[in-house]
Structures are given as structure tokens and as C-alpha cells.
Write a protein that binds this ligand. Sequence first.
Ligand SMILES: [Zn+2]
Length: 849
Amino acid sequence: VTVRKLTTRLVLLASFAAVAAVFADDEAPFRGAPDRPLLVSKVALDLDVDLLGKSVAGTAVLDLQATRDLKTLRLDAVGLDVASVSDDARSLTFVNDGQSLTIARPLARGEAVHLKVAYAVHDPREGLHFFQPTRAEPDLPVQMWSQGESQASRAWFPCVDEPGIRMKTEITARVPEGFLALANGALASEETQGKRRVFRWVQEKPHAPYLVSLVVGKFFVGRETWRGKPVTFYVPEKNAKDVGRAFGRTRAMLDFFSERFGVEYPWDKYAQVCCEQFNGGMENTSCTTLDESPLHDERSHLDFDPEDLVAHELSHQWWGDLVTCRDWAHIWLNEGFATYCEALWDEKKNGAEGKDELEFDLYQMSARARDGVCKTRPVVDHRFLDPEGLFDDRAYPKGAWILHGLRRRLGDDAFFRSLTRYLKANAYGTVETVDLRRAFEAEAGESLERYFHDATERPAHVALDVSVSWDDAAQVLSVLVKQTQAGDPFDVSAVFAAGGSPETATRVRVQAREKETRVQIPLAAAPLYWRFDADEGVLGELVEHKSDEQWLLQLAKDPHPIGRIRAVNALAERNTPPAIEAIAKALMEDRFWGVSAEAARALGRAQGDAARDALVKALAHPRPAVRKAAVEALAGFKDEPVIGEALELLLEHGDPSYYVEAQALLATAQVESKNARLWLMKGLDRPSQDDVIRVHAIQGLAALEDPGLIPTLETAASLGPIRGRRAAVSALASLAALPGVAEADRKRVVRELVGFLDAGVLRLRGAVIEALSGLGKDSEPGLDALDRLARYDSDKDLREAAKKAAEAIRSGTTPAREHSRLRAQSSRLQESHESLLRRIEILEAKGAH
Ligand SMILES: [Zn+2]
């Protein structure tokens, strides 16, 4: 999910992201790749799928070979009900402890065995996920999908469940008539046998166990071909008309990635299937599983783009599927690449603006790549309790930055040649970070050991402080580069540019490998323009000491959007009238929308009448993203009736973009505009993509902090589309926590929230867990339901969240109420502070007269 579940699956449940951080741990034991006594060359599954009974039953046939003499064979098998195990000659005795299968079959080094396991899986907690309509959720489809990464394939078939294993797969799925089964590889046959429809999918090229996929459901199927291979799209029937908007450029991406990577798309087909309640996307070999987020209507096509997700998962077919990390410590080799490929596709598809889009993507990633766990743990981390904990900002944005840094350091030619070399050398194999380094070193002809050490084996990033001084007599510019981070210096290689303007600037590559580096550059005159890391290739913090005049020139003329954004941010801190004027100009006139959006944010921070007026003007900017940024910035101004009026005017006329309109609705509540409540109530009934307008209206109603709105939100939580209900659950919790709420009302809200869990409204459980947790001790009636989720829920993150919520409730803290009490207190303090100031002003005025 794209702020989304912490896996390959980009994560939408941002609030649960924190849960994963507990897995990365100094105290955890060192973990390398596991021993590999058994090689698996093929797994063939033949499974009868009982969708309503939530079970599968059949056989797994494994081709195994011993790498050393073995007395017994051990397979990963979690929660499987195993009936028998046999080889070609006889049936074998085995022990099934619920985690693994130990089979009494000695094997000599090099000896192969053909093992047949008859087994069944009933309503598993992970691995396979079943859906069907219920009384509480009658709109759900009958469907099943698998999710293997990182360690859940073992929960639906016996295997050696390690990313370093590579095997062929063959999946025969027997499903009810009318249903489709989709799995990896080519469709070898499809036929009716009795009352079953039987699909046989064969994946001849070996892949890793976590990439094995089986999806069963009823779908509309869109069909195309690319270089003779099927390219297919499986979506819910109701979304048939949305296929083109969501996936229309898949074939263009196949062309582009094949050409850019220097290795043609390697698998037999490419299918994308949109599944019920899936979390983001998962790059199962030749058949990516996705949530329904790419499917969108015509109006949201104006400013919604699912292609980041589509490109991410498609690129994984090379990075992750064709070459796979040997163990999870090197997961950035999968996720860093796929994340960088989102930016590569942005660069490609935007033509002349592509370079700007690429840089802006990296700029946006850099904040996350420098924060949180990236500051404390290295990218390649051998200390973890659960591999899921490694799918975080180190693997994704920081991984992407490591690649981008290499591209800027070595140049495009050497960079892409290295990628091709690495792919070709390791195709259908497994890799560690050193394999990538060696490919780069071979193409670039230079040692990259220190770069890789800094980037992948150390936590955190470089902090640079750069200043210059001009020696007029010698006509020399002295550049002083200081590294201000604690500890060792980083190996920095960056372009320094200086001159009268960006076009005429002298460019020099500067190596800064010590805590202080001095460089002398002869120039014809003192430079009005200078920039360190002029082509934006270094992940780090950068402080440059420049005059206002220099920043103004940089904002006006720097060819790189990030150069202009750096100027915007520096000028916003100066907050002088000419600085604000220049930022306001960039807001309306910069040639790249990303700079304008950053200008809006900077003006929001700067505050003041001039900033406000510029932002109100920007509500008419042609780019929806800039209008949305302007609305968000305006929401931070207090006591400004003119802003409320402008927002209400926008709502009255409507905006072509759902997302601008939704944000404006929420903003009316944030700035307490005169008719905010009226607009928000109206917003409850406005249809929109993913109910984004209704969701923002509900959030706005919560922001009004009026306990009188509880009944309205109770209705919104019980009825209507699920996203609105989810938002209403959160809104109810925050209103119920307000100090003025009657005890009886609060108790009723808790009862209703628990009722959703008891009734089995599964799509609300994440929101309810969070809501109950927020209400603390008042949520005691929900403890039974939370304990149940903590133990049995099929979503690992939700199990963890339910457990934490139950602990918080038992410990008797009431975070939401505490929070709102503190907030009330601080606004009271603010008020008394302001009244004090006013009184001082009056006294001073009196004194002056
Ligand atoms: Zn991914």
C-alpha cells in the first residue's frame, strides 16, 4: 500500500508503520543467510479450493536434492494439516509440529528425492486470505488470494521458505465453476472436470518461494499482448471501464524497462490482478497482486496517477524476481530498485519535464531516507527479530537514493551499463550487496567500497556545511566543506558550480572525504551564483551560507528544481518582503509545479499578510497539486476571515479536482470559516473517487470539536461506503474523548465501536482498534474483542496493534483524552499569553502619552 503495508506492498496503513520499527533491534542476534542442506528444484501443487469453507486440500510434490548427508528432511510448514508423506517407493513417517515437517528419509550428499505431501489448510491466519459476503458485509466478493512475502508461503504449502531458494512451480487449482484461478507462469490448460474448473499454471523458469501466487475469484479480464506474451488485467466486474486508465501504459513500461535495463522482460506473461482488501502491491512472478487503488474514474484521472505502483511492481519482475536477495538483510536490492524505478518511469513518461520529475521524486524521498530508523540502523541490517521489520524507509527511499547517488557519481552510461551487467551475471540467481558493488566497479573502473560502506553498512547520512570566500587579488574562490555529523566523515563526491549565473558557471567535481575539505577554484570574478552538489546527487543535509541576493538569483535561474526549492526554503526563513515576493512569484510562475507546491508550503510557514494573499491567489493555479498545497498552507493561518471566504468561494464554484475540493472542505474546519459546518454537512453527500470528499468532510466535522456532532458521526460510522465509515470511527473516537462529553454518550460510542468488531465488520477493525486505544480506560468493554484480534487476526500488523491497544487500555491511560486535555490547556495558555501582550501594549501606549 502506497504509504502502505510495510512490504513490497507499499503501505497505506501509515498509522501502523510504527509497529514495524520494533523489529529492528540492536539486541537482536546476528542473522546471516540460513544453512541450505536441501535444494528444491521444483514444487508442484494440486489443490482443490473450497472458497466458502476457507480451505484448500490436495498434494504438494517437491523435487529435492541434498547438499550434504542428511538423516532426516526438514520442510517449513506452518499450520498445515498433513495426511501423508511419501517418496516414489513408499510412504514415510514424519513429525508435524505446526511449524515444520520433519521426514524420516535419509539422503546422501547429491542424492535427489521426489517427495509427495498430501495436506490441507483450513482458514489459515496467514498465507491464504479468504473473502465472502457476510451479514455485516454483504457487499464482499467471494475471493481468495495468497501473500507469501516474507515468510507466509510456508502457511499454504510445504517448502524451504527462504528467498535464496529457486525452483520451478506448477500450480493446478480446482475451483468452482464460474471462478478464475490465476497463478505464476503460463496457462498450460483450463478445463472442466465434473463440477470443477481446473486451471494448470506452469512456471518453468525458477523463482523464489515467497513469489508463488494463487488468486481465485470472479474478475473482468482485460487482454493485450506484448512481443507475443499475454499481458492481462484482472479487475472486479464493476471496474471494467477503468482498466485503461489504471493499466493503459503497462506495455509502454515493458518496452521502457526492457530497453533501460538491457535485459528483456523475462517471464512468460504479465498479469495484474486487483484484489479485495489487498495492501498495496506484491510482485509475484509474472502475476502481480494489487489492491484496488489503481482503479479510478475519469475525474480523478486529472490528478491521480497509479503508475508509481504499477511501475514499482513491474520493475520488481527484474529486481527481486529475476535477481533475488539471498536473505532479507539485503532486501534493499529488491525494494530500493523498485522504488528508484518509480522515479525512472516518471522521468521517462514526462518527456521534457522528466528530469525535473525525477529530481523532485528523489527530493521527496530524501526526507524519509534521512529520518526515523534510517538515522539509527544501517540499510544492510543483520540484526532483526522478524524480516517484516526490514521493509522500511531504509529499503525503499534510502535504497533508491543509494542508486541515484551512484548514477550521479558515475554518469548515466556507466550506471545503466552496470545494471545490465549485474542483471546478466545474476539472472535466475540470488544476490547480496557485494554483487551489485562489483558490477558497478567493473563498469566504472573505480573502487566503490567506501561508498557502499557509507551507504549500506552505516546508519544516518552526511551533514554538510559549505561556505566560500573570494580572494580578489588572487582571483580564487576558496570553498570550505565541513561535515558536521557526529563520528566518521562520509565519502562525498559532488559537483560544485560557481559563476555569474547558472548558465555560465564553472563546474568542478569535489571529493570531500574528511571532516573538513578546502578547495580552491580560480575564477574571472567573484561569483554571484554558487552551488554545492549542483546536480543533486548526495543524500544528506546541506547548509550553504549565501546572501539574500545569491538566493534570489538561484530561485530565479537555477536549472534544477531542487536548487530553486532550496532557495525557496532559505528565503522563507529570511522572511523579508523581497523574499516573500520572490517566493510568491515562484508559486505562480515557476515552470515546474513541484517548485510552486514547495513555495506554497514555504509561504504557509512564513505566515503574514503577503504570504496569505499569494496563497489565496494560488487557489486559481492551473495545476491541481499546487492548488491543493495552497489550501493546505492556508489551513495553517488562524483568525483570518478572508481565508474562510476564499475557501467557501472555491467550494461554491467547485474545483475540477476531487482532491482539491476535499482538502478545501477540511480546511474550512481548520480555519473555522463562517459556514464550515454547512459545507461539511453538504460534503457528506458528495460522491467522489474513493469517497475522498466524504472522508475529508468527516475529518472536518471532527476538527470542529463539537460533541453535538456525535449522532451525525454515529450514523456515518454505521452506514454508507466503507472508507467513510472508517473515517467516522476515528472521528467518533476523537469527539468522544472531548472533555465536555457526557459519560453516557462516551459509553454508547464505545459500545457501538465494539459492536462493529462483534458483528464482524472486518474492514473497520483497523480503525476501531485505533479508536478504542485512543479512548483508553473507557474502552474496557472492548478488551475481549481486542484480545481475540490480537490472537487470531489474519493481518500481522493488526494483531500487533490490537495487542498494543489492549495493553494500553489495561494500563489505564487515556491517550486521546489526555491529548485533548493538553491541547485545551495549551490553547488556554496561548490565549492568556496573548491577552497579557495586549495588556502590555495598552500600558505602554498609556505610558507613551
Ligand atoms: Zn516493492
